[in-house]
Design a protein around this ligand. Structure first.
Ligand code: FES
Length: 84
């Protein structure tokens, strides 16, 4: 029988210690910084930003960081729904 993973850690104050990671639909993954990204070839990228956008589309000139190139992948209809 497998043991379910513990998914939340609360401090004595009842605050959650878990780092917040947000998936943006059709866009990057937003991670609370600072972060150190280690790729499979060992290359490292460090960012001390408050929130770091990690590219998921692999089209960024700044890969592994998002440079908003993913926006060119959206259909005009999808872009109209999400742009305000
Ligand atoms: S997710 Fe933004 S450029 Fe790839």
């Amino acid at each position: 029988m497998s043991k379910a993973p513990k998914i939340t850690q609360l401090t004595a104050d009842g605050e959650c210690e878990a780092r917040v990671v947000r998936q943006v639909r059709g866009g990057p993954t937003l991670v609370e910084g600072p972060v150190r990204i280690v790729e499979d070839d060992g290359a490292e990228t460090v960012s001390d930003r408050f929130v770091v956008a990690v590219c998921r589309c692999h089209r960024s000139a700044l890969y592994p960081l998002c440079d908003t190139s993913h926006r060119a992948l959206r259909t005009p209809k999808a872009a109209a729904r999400t742009d305000t």
